[in-house]
Design a protein around this ligand. Structure first.
Ligand SMILES: Nc1ncnc2c1ncn2[C@@H]1O[C@H](COP(=O)(O)OP(=O)(O)OP(=O)(O)O)[C@@H](O)[C@H]1O
Ligand SMILES: [Mg+2]
Length: 245
């Protein structure tokens, strides 16, 4: 069995009798305003949509359209003023801090534009961080990290620190880290924003392959039209609202 097959097989049982049609994300009438009075910015306005298992959904929109704000609300990094977010059956909106922490550590994986790796840790150690937090025993952790690095094509780079890796390789490490706890949902905010177009496309290809193979769901904010066609579905935000195409 190849490492990729192992990851895929390991994830297949995750979520029990899940079918590809299962709903993983439900966003209902979500709004978020920053500031108040005449300085108030309605960053997200009455947004509703759902996303299913095995689906990669791109979120497009100009700078300031509300993409990051929406992803933060879905991932439990911020709370809406109104509306509801449900991720893999967890009501993110009504969750207390302890439940949000569990959600961020187990149910949702995050990938950011700036990679967010710990500079003094090797690639393998960075990928292992979520597993340490989840108190996975060392031997199992090492084995899972090796499988994850193999999956993202970095099997030979385990000992390198972020500054010894290219931008694309660093983002692959970040993707492996986001996948470490087998999340139901991967949230990626401009994951290719700091990469050249070819490298960006290879990261998007990787996300797409993982989502389809493991039956995960991914929400990916991106400006890049070339990456949009890799998505199963595209949502467009304009001034905080979802609009057609
Ligand atoms: N913490 C905050 N405080 C005040 N205003 C904010 C805050 N976060 C976002 N905003 C405002 O909300 C609006 C949406 O911002 P957001 O970062 O969600 O846009 P975006 O679509 O991600 O843009 P970009 O493509 O540049 O990343 C903007 O007008 C922004 O200035
Ligand atoms: Mg943004």
């Amino acid at each position: 069995m190849s490492p990729q097959d192992m990851v895929v097989a390991g994830a297949a049982g995750f979520g029990g009798s899940a079918t590809p049609a299962d709903e993983v994300v439900r966003v209902s009438g979500v709004s978020r305003t920053f500031g108040r009075g005449e300085h108030a910015v309605q960053a997200v306005r009455d947004v509703s949509f759902t996303a299913n298992r095995g689906e990669l959904v791109a979120i497009r929109g100009r700078s300031g359209a509300g993409k990051t704000t929406l992803l933060n609300l879905i991932g439990g990094l911020d709370r809406p003023d109104s509306g509801q977010v449900v991720v893999a059956g967890h009501d993110v909106t009504s969750a207390g801090e302890a439940e949000l922490l569990r959600l961020r550590r187990g149910t949702v994986g995050f990938v950011f534009q700036t990679f967010g790796l710990v500079p003094i840790l090797s690639a393998a150690e960075n990928v292992g961080v979520p597993l340490r937090l989840a108190q996975v025993p060392a031997a199992e952790r090492e084995q899972r990290v090796a499988v994850l690095l193999e999956l993202v094509g970095l099997g030979g780079h385990a000992a390198q620190r972020p500054y010894e890796l290219s931008g694309g390789q660093q983002q692959r490490v970040a993707v492996a880290r986001a996948l470490a706890n087998e999340p139901d949902l991967l949230i990626a905010d401009e994951p290719t924003g700091q990469l050249d177009s070819e490298t960006g496309r290879s990261i998007m290809d990787l996300l797409r392959a993982v989502v389809h193979a493991r039956g995960m769901t991914a929400l990916v904010a991106t400006h890049d039209p070339a990456l949009i066609d890799l998505a199963d579905r595209v949502l467009v935000l304009r001034d905080g609202r979802l609009v057609d195409g």
